[in-house]
Design a protein around this ligand. Structure first.
Ligand code: AMP
Length: 214
């Protein structure tokens, strides 16, 4: 199974991808997390990507697609994977589609006022990268439940950068959605609902698709 989750920053696609990864036992591949890992390790790709990620800009397509193709060639992705945060440009979509057309693409739709509210409270573990997403009022402080690392605010989750990331998303997403719709793989999901309800909507579609294939 090879599926894509598309949505603006703060749409909950990362949380959904993690849930689906556990439910279907296939890896969750977040392109943003791949970049953060490369930056932390100070690899060549990390050095090339760093200034873009810090400013909330998209990393150039060639670097992004190279990094992703390298990741999905790894053994754990051979049965499938869930892609989160990719594609973000038409060029990325076409380059990738040429190699591996996705089976289903879920567009998790959330209006900007809600994504901004969600991101304002978001924290990330500085050690393992786990994301704690919530509203500012219920913001998690202190340490990570999984590894006890210190929780921090991602540099690109600060308000002016979030605004830029949302603007870029809005600009880039229309042709991508149009194209996947034409390919008949696009499913729109209401991302304003609870994590459990959004997950149920996605898994219902996955089950229907699996039944149709039998
Ligand atoms: P995310 O964790 O998905 O919010 O991504 C964090 C940052 O990683 C983005 O603001 C970009 O700088 C970079 N990034 C993530 N996915 C992509 C992509 N598909 N294309 C280019 N840059 C990306």
């Amino acid at each position: 199974m090879n599926i894509i989750l598309i949505g603006p920053p703060g749409s909950g696609k990362g949380v959904q991808a993690q849930l689906l990864s556990t439910q279907y036992d296939i890896p969750h591949i977040s392109v943003g997390a791949l970049f953060r890992e490369q930056i932390k390790k100070r690899t060549l790709i990390g050095q090339q990507a760093e200034s873009y990620v810090k400013k909330g800009q998209l990393v150039p397509d060639k670097i992004t697609v190279t990094l992703l193709l390298r990741r999905i060639r790894q053994r754990d992705a051979q049965r499938g994977y869930i892609l989160d945060g990719f594609p973000r440009t038409e060029e990325q979509m076409k380059l990738f589609h040429y190699h591996i057309p996705p089976q289903l693409v879920f567009y998790i739709h959330v209006p900007p006022r809600l994504t901004i509210k969600r991101i304002a409270g978001r924290r990330q573990c500085s050690r393992c990268g786990k994301i704690y997403g919530t509203s500012l009022q219920e913001q998690k402080k202190g340490h990570c439940d999984a590894c006890q690392g210190l929780l921090i605010t991602r540099e690109d989750d600060r308000p002016p950068i979030v605004k830029k990331r949302l603007d870029i998303f809005k600009q880039e997403i229309t042709p991508i959605l149009r194209w996947y719709k034409e390919q008949e793989v696009l499913i729109r999901i209401d991302g304003t609902k609870s994590i459990k309800t959004v997950n149920a909507q996605i898994t219902a579609h996955l089950q229907t698709t699996a039944r149709q294939k039998q």
